[in-house]
Write a protein that binds this ligand. Structure first.
Ligand code: NAD
Ligand code: UGA
Length: 459
């Protein structure tokens, strides 16, 4: 077995993860392949115009690209040459047929399994990096090992494939830091001898920089489910604090103060207690929906309803933002200029998948507001996401974007927003000038002193 690695899927996960693996394993050749030629060209671009924005990513890619990290569209060659194949293709929510709107769409995943089988020349370890429903590895195993006669690879002479689950826990915006200093790495594998050896091979990759105690091994089904459960727990915390935020607004309590004190309880902890516009990103919604679908499939209807509540609470948060703006701005938003500051689903990323700002923009458009959007990294994605809405303006400069606005709505917690010249923004706006800080990241007292009418989440 050679030590080289191929990763199928050069997206948000495949690119950064493999760049760090290559950085820390200089003795291994790491090739990232994709069917999307434009994406691969950007990974290979001489000026590092990479398809993913992550702090520190450019530097890592610059250090290893061409040394032991390669990006290519030649899937056949890469699979034929490597014995360890990571699969990091997209697994979006299925939008058709059975399980529509809930289940994972596994068509890309299955296409990849068939590609691996077609191009493989010898035995391989196939590692699930994508987030997948529990027992997907069984389907993978069936597709890959079928010709060996049993599906478990005991008979026959074709290549033997051992399927592992190695879900990724990095968060966007902190991908490189999370990869370099992970809380844990999880590897699930079969318990037979071949499985144990394959798990040890996978452990070796990470042991190049992660302490052994943080590399946790388990069975495949538990690893697959752990990933869905971890995301569901995180999403549930955001929905829980947002549910408290509504109550704070109704009663005069302050959600940030409540969260701070709750977080002092070491059993609860302080992270993921920030009230805001609701969670976005490519994964929380899809993974919780997937959990709901799994619960329903196994007849666990009360559990399914419980997790569905996390999604409903999240959607309610964006509706609440627009309703409150509507109420406070004299029950009409028609023809009023509303500027959204921030469109990315969180700071330090250009990713806009499932961003709450997208939902808010659409709800504002329903009210016939004139919408302007500003964001330092996500305007191209915003334009693409809202291409079907007429009349939206996209303005990178915050002061220009806010000029003449009736309200500025802070949707993303970009670090520089608190230090903008808010007096200058105020002076350029129509009066009364509203600011709705949905991230509670601005200095509320200073804004009030400037003359703004200030709205916050949970205050
Ligand atoms: P992505 O859409 O950014 O990238 C997936 C890539 O796979 C695309 O470039 C696509 O062209 C490619 N692809 C699809 N089918 C292919 C095929 N047959 N052959 C070759 N390439 C193919 O998605 P992502 O955000 O990187 O997510 C990938 C997986 O990782 C998902 O399951 C996701 O849930 C999981 N995940 C993502 C994150 C994150 O922060 N984005 C974190 C943890 C886990
Ligand atoms: C999340 C998880 O944190 C990762 O562990 C996981 O690997 C990843 O999903 C995935 O599977 O894709 P990510 O979505 O990139 O990472 O970003 P988070 O930092 O988790 O934020 C998700 C959303 O929740 C953002 O919209 C963020 O603004 C919101 N959030 C987060 C809050 O509103 N309040 C908080 O306290 C924390």
């Amino acid at each position: 077995m050679n030590k080289d690695i191929v990763c199928i899927g050069a997206g948000y996960i495949g690119g950064p993860t493999m760049a760090v693996i290559a950085l820390k394993n200089p003795g291994r050749k790491v090739t990232v392949v994709d069917i999307d030629k434009e994406r691969i060209d950007r990974w290979n671009s001489p000026d590092f115009n990479l398809p993913v924005y992550e702090p520190g990513l450019k530097e890592v890619v610059a250090a290893v690209r061409g040394r032991n990290l390669f990006f290519s569209t030649d899937i056949e060659k890469a699979v034929a040459e490597c014995d360890i194949v990571f699969v990091g293709v997209n697994t979006p929510t299925k939008m058709f047929g059975r399980g529509a709107g809930r289940a994972s769409d596994l068509q890309y995943w299955e296409a990849t399994a068939r590609e691996i089988k077609r191009f493989a020349k010898g035995d391989k370890i196939v590692i699930e990096k994508s987030t997948l429903p529990v027992r997907t590895a069984a389907a993978m195993d069936a597709i890959l090992n079928d010709e060996r006669g049993t599906g478990s690879g005991e008979l026959g002479t074709g290549p033997k494939f051992t399927v592992l689950s190695n879900p990724e826990f990095l968060a966007e915006g902190t991908a490189i830091k999370d990869l370099l200093e992970p809380d844990r790495v999880l590897i699930g594998g079969p318990s037979d001898e071949t499985g144990r050896k394959a798990v040890e091979e996978a452990v070796e990759i990470y042991a190049a920089w992660v302490e052994r105690e943080k590399i946790l091994t388990t069975d495949v089904w538990s690893a697959e489910l752990t990933k869905l459960a971890a995301n569901a727990f995180l999403a549930q915390r955001v929905s829980s604090i947002n549910a408290i935020a509504g109550l704070c607004e109704a009663t005069g309590a302050d959600v940030d103060r409540v969260a701070r004190v709750i977080g002092f309880d070491s059993r609860i902890g302080s992270k993921f207690l920030k009230a805001g516009p609701g969670f976005g990103g490519s994964c929380f919604k899809k993974d919780v929906l997937n959990l709901v679908y799994l619960c329903e499939t196994y007849g666990l209807h009360t559990a399914a309803e419980y997790w569905m509540g996390v999604i409903r609470m999240n959607e309610h948060q964006q509706e609440r933002i627009v309703s409150r703006l509507f109420r406070e701005m004299f029950n009409t938003l028609a023809n009023k200029k509303i500027t959204l500051l921030g469109f990315a689903f969180k700071a330090d990323t250009g990713d806009t998948r499932e961003t709450p700002a997208g939902v808010v923009a659409r709800l504002l458009a329903d009210e016939h507001a004139n919408i302007t959007i500003s964001d330092p990294k996500a305007l191209d994605n915003a334009k693409r996401d809202l291409a079907d809405l007429d009349g939206i303006k996209y303005v990178p400069d915050e002061y220009e974007a806010a000029k003449g606005a009736d309200a500025v709505v802070v949707m993303t917690d970009w670090r520089h927003y608190p230090s903008l010249d808010w007096r200058r923004i105020f002076d350029g706006m129509r009066k009364p000038a509203f600011v709705f800080d949905t991230r509670n990241c601005l200095d509320r007292d200073a804004l009030l002193k400037t003359g703004f009418r200030v709205l916050n989440i949970g205050k």
